[in-house]
Design a protein around this ligand. Structure first.
Ligand code: ADP
Length: 261
């Protein structure tokens, strides 16, 4: 991360955390968590101290993607602190570590807000240069809680090039604007499909949408990440592609993104 850093408002700072960066999307399934995990690992590989908070209370996927499913964080009941778990050089916390993996979350809004509040205030992160927050899709309670509670340095919006995803991404940018959180830029995920057989690429979700959106909102397209089977396989295995194959061309996209945010 470069120039656009260092939060500065009078909200409650998370002790030791220099920058809080939200990874958001208007719509589910566009690859927000995959992007968050690989970006966090790529950033840690640069030597930065990195945390990843899974704010997707209803559908936490960070434990699995970080290879930490089934692990439980240590809780100090006296000090009222939770120790984050660590893998691939990234400290993480998720509601998924605190409940069973296939347990359905049927909480109402205020409970979501209070669970997220707790994750924001009670985790003993230590010193972090960047805390990435994997937001739930949309513009709901978690977004409000995050932006009202802590000083968010900026938001990275993840979208596919498809019209419907772009439409929802607009709402996401608008919401962060209203909350005075700057959009650091847009990640166009599943930009091109790379055929695993012939290596040819095709724009199955259309082309150029992220550029149009970035012009409209005067922000940047930070990365175009292809739809690539290896990215999906490694995410499912719990070894993000950046950790599994740090020198691959797939990992290079996330490393460049880490330099851009
Ligand atoms: P979201 O967080 O937006 O709901 P996920 O990160 O969970 O989306 O991704 C949805 C699915 O798409 C997952 O199976 C993930 O492995 C896959 N996926 C995400 N990005 C890519 C990509 N660039 N290439 C291939 N598969 C991807």
């Amino acid at each position: 991360m470069s120039s656009k850093t260092t939060a500065s408002t009078s909200k409650d700072h998370i002790p030791g955390v220099a920058n809080i960066v939200a990874i958001a999307s208007g719509k589910g399934g566009v690859g927000k968590s995959t992007t968050a995990v690989n970006l966090a690992v790529a950033m840690a590989q640069t030597g930065a101290r990195v945390g990843l908070l899974d704010a997707d209370i209803y559908g936490p996927s960070i434990p699995r993607m970080m290879g930490l499913a089934g692990y439980k964080p240590e809780i100090d009941h006296e000090a009222k602190t939770i120790q984050p778990l660590e893998n691939y050089g990234v400290k993480t916390i998720s509601i998924g570590y605190l409940v069973e993996e296939n347990q359905a979350m049927i909480w109402r809004g205020p409970m979501v807000a209070s669970a997220l509040n707790q994750l924001l205030t009670d985790v003993a992160w230590g010193e972090l240069d960047y805390l990435f927050v994997d937001m739930p899709p949309g513009t709901g309670d978690a977004q409000l809680t995050l932006t009202q509670k802590v000083p968010v340095t900026g938001a990275v919006l993840v979208t596919t090039p498809q019209d419907i995803a772009l439409l929802d991404c607009r709402k996401g940018i608008d919401m962060f604007r209203k909350a005075r959180v700057p959009a650091l830029g847009i990640v166009e995920n599943m930009s091109q499909f790379i055929c695993p057989h012939c290596g040819k690429s095709s724009a199955i979700f259309a082309e150029g949408g992220a550029e149009r959106l970035s012009q409209e909102y005067k922000t940047e397209v930070l990365a175009h990440i292809p739809l690539d089977i290896k990215i999906r396989e490694k995410a499912d295995e719990g070894t993000p592609i950046v950790a599994a194959f740090p020198d691959s061309e797939q990992a290079a996209h996330y490393k460049r993104l880490a330099g851009e945010v």
